[in-house]
Design a protein around this ligand. Structure first.
Ligand SMILES: [Zn+2]
Ligand SMILES: [Zn+2]
Length: 119
């Protein structure tokens, strides 16, 4: 079985895939009952949920680029990438970052650059 993993809900609760009475798929949080629906396929609704969660995390957490000062920097496949070409990714190909780790590293670098400037 090749189940795609669901990101947890923004409330921290566990999300689950459900099938409604009409046979459509949806994702629902077990804690706060936030629901995202509906889709014809399970894969699609999982992808949509995870996408939504990734965007939420990005909006909350990602700082503008320390090099060009622009947004949008965005997160994909464990990398933060700016339009100017600046990236933050794992240098260990055998152990890539999760998107969240990449965002954390990116923000840490941003903060360091900021500290240098205040000199
Ligand atoms: Zn929730
Ligand atoms: Zn940039």
């Amino acid at each position: 079985m090749n189940e795609q993993k669901l990101e947890p809900c923004s409330c921290g609760g566990e999300a689950k895939v459900i099938k409604d009475v009409l046979g459509f798929w949806a994702v629902e949080c077990k804690s706060c009952l936030t629901r995202l629906g509906v889709s014809d396929t399970k894969e699609e609704i999982i992808e949509a949920w995870n996408d939504m969660r990734r965007k939420e995390m990005t909006e909350e957490k990602l700082k503008p680029c320390p090099f060009c000062g622009k947004e949008p920097v965005y997160v994909a496949d464990g990398k933060v990438i700016c339009v100017c070409g600046a990236t933050m990714r794992s240098f260990n190909d055998w152990k890539p970052f999760t998107n969240q780790e990449a965002v954390d590293r990116w923000n840490k670098r941003y903060k360091e650059q900021d500290d240098e400037k205040t000199d």
